[in-house]
Structures are given as C-alpha cells and as structure tokens.
Design a protein around this ligand. Structure first.
Ligand code: 5GP
Length: 191
C-alpha cells in the first residue's frame, strides 16, 4: 500500500471456537513489539469486554456512516446485522510508526488485507482439530445461544475451505504446542 514499509501485519483468522483469540492474546504478551488492531463492530458488547480495547462498539447506523466516509480498510457483515471492520486510523499510522500489528479477523477480511499489504502481512489460519471440537468449545464458553452456535458452525465449514489461501495453517489440537508454533512462525516473519 505504501512505499514506506515499516511495521508488519500478523493476521490471525479461523473459525469461532478455534482458539484464535487465545493465541492472539498469548502473542500480545510476548516481547514482539505487537499491538492489537481494535476493530469496530456492531454486535452488542459482552459483559467482560471493554469498549475501545476489545472492539469499538457502534450501532449499525454509525457503522454504516463510517463505511460511507471510507474509514475502513476492510469491513464485513460477518453475521446478519453484525458488521465488523478494520479502521484505517487503527492501522496506518501505527505501521508508519514501526509497530507490528496483530489482527483477529474473519477469513474474508484476512484475504482483503493480504491483497492490500501483500508480503508485509503474514496470514495465519487457526484450525481446530474438528467441527466437533469447535462445537464443544463454543458450548463451553457459553457466550452464544444455540442459534448463534449453529451459525458459527456453518461459517466454520465455509472458512475451512478458504484456508489454502493462508501463509501458515496452525493446528490447535494442543494449545501449548499451538502457542509454541505460533511464536516460532511470528518471530521468523518479523526478523
Ligand atoms: P466475535 O463476535 O466472536 O468477537 O467475532 C466474530 C468474527 O468476526 C470473528 O471471526 C472475528 O475474528 C471477526 N472479526 C473481528 N473483527 C473483524 C474485522 O475488523 N473485520 C473482519 N472482517 N472480521 C472481524
């Protein structure tokens, strides 16, 4: 996108319940000069989430205003009436300042960012061992109702078909192992 390449982008994607947020949080705690790209979204805030830290929570009208104003690098209606998007102001200045940015976004968003940033971005797909494992994790974490779980499982099947587009597929059947492999891959890319 710019000739003045500085920071790099680590884009982590994969089905809901694959463990991607856990792995992103783990990577953020390592000394990798990583900052999290806080997305905007129009779904309601979960009890444990903090506005401005986990997401910028907007209503659908305000989200659409930002689309009109061309404030997003990419955005998606990830679930019906739930819009999610990467704000230009979250990313461009930080890269310019030399920060490496880590993203937790869906596969379509990941592909859009790869098209913009090319080899400045590493795309990591987190793969759960099976749909059953995803279903178990979603039921255990108890943040979605059964209809939402069904939607997320259907999306997981679609996402799995897109994984060949990614630079690295990280199988998360053993979390400690997955964390170790993630750190190796990220360090390799950043150096
Ligand atoms: P959740 O509602 O569970 O926080 O997120 C739902 C999905 O939206 C996840 O797959 C998450 O990675 C994705 N997501 C979060 N932020 C963005 C974004 O800015 N853009 C896109 N395309 N997807 C996002």
């Amino acid at each position: 996108m710019s000739s003045k390449k500085k920071g790099k982008l680590i884009i982590v994607s994969g089905p809901s319940g694959s463990g991607k947020s856990t792995i992103v949080r783990y990577l953020l705690k390592q000394k990798l000069n990583l900052v999290f790209s806080v997305s905007a979204c129009s779904r309601s805030k979960r009890e444990y989430e903090i506005d401005g830290k986990d997401y910028f929570f907007l209503d659908v009208t305000d989200f659409k205003k930002k689309i009109e104003a061309n404030e997003f690098l990419e955005w998606e209606e990830v679930y019906k009436n739930s819009f999610y998007g990467t704000l230009k102001k979250e990313v461009l200045n930080k890269i310019e300042m030399g920060y490496n940015i880590i993203f937790d976004i869906d596969v379509i968003g990941a592909k859009s960012l790869k098209k913009i940033f090319d080899d400045q971005a590493l795309l990591i797909y987190i793969q759960a061992p099976s749909i059953n494992a995803i279903s178990k994790r979603l039921n255990l974490r108890n943040t979605e109702n059964s209809k939402q779980i069904f939607t997320r499982l259907s999306k997981a099947k679609y996402e799995d078909k897109e994984k060949s587009f990614f630079d690295y597929i990280l199988v998360n059947s053993d979390l400690d192992e997955a964390k170790k492999n993630a750190i190796i891959k990220v360090k390799e890319f950043l150096n």
